[in-house]
Design a protein around this ligand. Structure first.
Ligand code: G3H
Ligand code: 13P
Ligand code: ZN
Length: 311
């Protein structure tokens, strides 16, 4: 099975009322944990790489590790650029073997976003690569960009048909109240998503795949482990799993998860080192970290996304 685009995955997910997990990858243990879990439950996968991940690990290392995972598991895997900020990074990833890119023009004006997104779509489609665009701004931290609550905005459903038609994008990320990072709601605030916006978008774009960013649940059991073993993450809270399940049954075909992986990985390393203070072989603490990534991803696929047995 070669590296694939998300086209067929999204068609089947839309029809079947489930979503594909798009997991951020930064190193070998994360890639192995995700792909081993997906292989066990026979789920298709999107592995996504941010600009920060490319800076940290280098494009070629991540690409080769993902190729190894495809060979090892035989799974259909799509390799996606997460939050491409400009045409250049999209071009570089397309030329470097990615099968999908996101061009994130959400901080630009509607017209500038359309212009930039269309430029990427033209380049990508000529080379058999699919493109995700974004309308509406999510609050939170991504690499070097921090979007404050005041600068975030829900997607305006009245803009989506024109955006999709004029750009030719293959999927669309929308803002309905999710946000990046581990602190998605303020203390005492009731977690809420704007399902009314999602329903309206779904009505205006029948059959079209929608993407949710900032969709980690910030699993409390791992926050507790981090806090128990020397960490300090008071008030970390994410999107309730039942809300994500509901979205996956609707037009949402791609659900982005990074923070839950970071949290699980860090919880396992902290616990292992606290319990084994004399250990200094990285394999000793990276092994439970990889195992925890596997547990997190298996749980997401089976209990939230519903993509098990769909590969
Ligand atoms: O949406 C952002 C992802 O969590 C990637 O984060 O830019 O720090 O690699 P990063
Ligand atoms: P989380 O921070 O909720 O995991 O979101 C990740 C994401 O949207 C990557 O693009
Ligand atoms: Zn994102």
């Amino acid at each position: 099975m070669p590296i694939v685009t998300s086209k067929e995955m999204f068609n089947k997910a839309y029809e079947g009322g489930y979503a594909i997990g798009a997991f951020n990858v930064n190193n070998m243990e994360i890639i192995q944990g995700i792909t081993e879990a997906a292989a066990e439950v026979r789920s298709p996968l999107i592995l996504q790489v941010s600009a920060g991940a490319r800076k940290y690990a280098k494009h070629v290392y991540l690409m080769k590790l993902i190729e190894a995972a495809v060979e090892d598991t035989g799974l259909p895997i799509c390799v996606h650029l997460d939050h491409g900020a400009d045409f250049e990074i999209c071009r570089s990833c397309i030329d470097g073997g990615f099968t999908s890119v996101m061009i994130d023009g959400s901080s630009r004006s509607f017209e500038d976003n359309i212009k930039l997104t269309k430029q990427v779509v033209d380049y990508a489609h000529d080379r058999g690569v699919v493109v995700e665009g974004e309308l509406g701004r999510l609050e939170g931290v991504e690499d070097e960009v921090k979007v404050s609550a005041e600068d975030s905005s829900y997607t305006d459903p009245s803009q989506v048909e024109e955006f999709v038609k004029r750009t030719g994008v293959d999927s669309l990320a929308i803002a309905i109240g999710t946000s990046h990072g581990a602190y998605k709601f303020k203390p005492g605030q009731k977690p809420q998503l704007r399902f009314d916006i999602l329903r309206e978008v779904e009505k205006r774009l029948p059959g079209f795949p929608i993407v949710l960013h900032g969709a980690s649940s910030v699993l409390p059991e791992y926050v507790d482990i981090v806090n128990k073993y020397g960490g300090n993450m008071p008030g970390a809270v994410g999107i309730p799993e039942e809300m994500l399940r509901q979205a996956a049954k609707m037009a949402v075909c791609k659900i982005n998860i990074d923070s839950d992986l970071r949290l699980g990985f860090t919880a396992a390393v902290r616990k292992h080192l606290a319990e084994n203070p004399s250990h200094f072989d990285p394999r000793e603490y990276l092994k439970p970290a990889r195992e925890t990534i596997k547990e997190v991803v298996r749980r997401k696929i089976v209990s939230v996304l519903g993509s098990d047995n769909k590969a």
